[in-house]
Design a protein around this ligand. Sequence first.
Ligand SMILES: Cc1cc2nc3c(=O)[nH]c(=O)nc-3n(C[C@H](O)[C@H](O)[C@H](O)COP(=O)(O)OP(=O)(O)OC[C@H]3O[C@@H](n4cnc5c(N)ncnc54)[C@H](O)[C@@H]3O)c2cc1C
Length: 415
Amino acid sequence: MLVVGGGFAGLEVVRMLAGQPVHVTIVDKHNFHTFLPLLYQVATAGLEPADVAYPIRTIFRKSGNVAYRHGLVARVDLDRRLAQLSDGAQLSFDHIVFASGAVANFFGIPGADEFAKPLYTLADARHLRDQLLLALEEAEAEGDVDARKLTFVIVGGGPTGVETAGAVLELLEVCLERDRMQIDRASTRVVLLDVAPRLLGGFSVKASDYALARLRKRGVEVRLGTSVAEVTTDAVRLASGETIPTRVVVWAAGVTATGTIVQGVGPDPGPSGRVRVGGDLSVPGHPGVWAVGDSAAVPAAAGGATCPQLAQVAIQSGRHCGRQILNVVEGRPTSPFRYKDKGIMATIGRNAAVAQLPRGPLITGFLGWIAWMGLHLFYLVGFRNRLRVFINWTWRYFDWPSGPRLIMADAEHAD
Ligand SMILES: Cc1cc2nc3c(=O)[nH]c(=O)nc-3n(C[C@H](O)[C@H](O)[C@H](O)COP(=O)(O)OP(=O)(O)OC[C@H]3O[C@@H](n4cnc5c(N)ncnc54)[C@H](O)[C@@H]3O)c2cc1C
């Protein structure tokens, strides 16, 4: 049995199969699980990379029937039941679960894939942190006000964009006020762009209004109904013809499974290039082939609709898939997946968040932040990571500039 990907979905599939009379190999191109919802804090020097990652081997160290293989699955032959790794190895399987997630969607906008910075892996987050800090150090060293170096553009007003915009602003405040950089605060800009008419599209209008008011009050320049036409090395060009000079463009405009290992799996691609799956999460017409999490068009309870690409969907679909594989192996019928909506949350700058639960009022501000913090600590993998993140957040609450503002690239290779 082969599970491709050790993200939220893949881990849950394997957890369901651990200790059962099956042999499972989990393959991931990273030897660790990444807690994607906190990547923006690594990118803005709030957390260390190791705080949001956990070795897959360690997670399953006590499960004798689970093996981890480090590698990139480059091709899968569903008929011959063989997965080809980029190092040339071939792995055979009776069941395969695609839990390979998604990648940034650049929507074919010229220059975006080359010059904008996506935030989907730990390497992305570290690179972005370097770029943000380098831009500030260069502006500081040159002593003049260079708009390109002091303007930070975030494209996409979903939770990732909103959280990143708030966190970039905090990073600027810390660098300028606490690290005593000489850059004039008034010459820095954090610009958040979205083509939609409101922020946090998946949330209620009240939550969007709260996020907009809060970000604007903090000093983020939010521009809605604004589409990006091109990204270059030193600017973002808008469809209106306006140009925003900048060296750092964070791309948080959405994700797609097109171009990933699931491309071509199943009869025709679902929304955002995801694999279409049946009610039990198997791929129709391919017995023993399953897809879960961000790589699958996971059916929502209502006819025809698909679940959003969220951690909860990945976790629940992974668990369900693991159980269905056991059903098949043990000769029982499979059952359909039912998504239980547990709510959505996003932080908006320091110590504030919106938490929208399926029932009850919208929770905002400090209470929302406490709810957000509790939930993220609960789902973070590894006790030491939880403890470190909890201490870090508590410390920052009382004395906020505690994050690791390190440029990891050597100066001669920094770009
Ligand atoms: C920056 C960011 C912030 C987010 N914030 C939130 C949030 O606050 N709340 C929320 O609910 N959701 C959030 N999400 C969405 C959530 O993280 C995803 O829905 C969830 O991670 C999907 O889980 P997954 O297991 O399907 O995929 P992933 O978590 O993406 O895991 C896929 C795994 O597959 C591996 N892989 C991919 N291709 C291959 C291959 N060919 N060979 C080998 N290995 C491969 C990858 O290395 C990765 O480990 C966020 C996403 C991002 C990017």
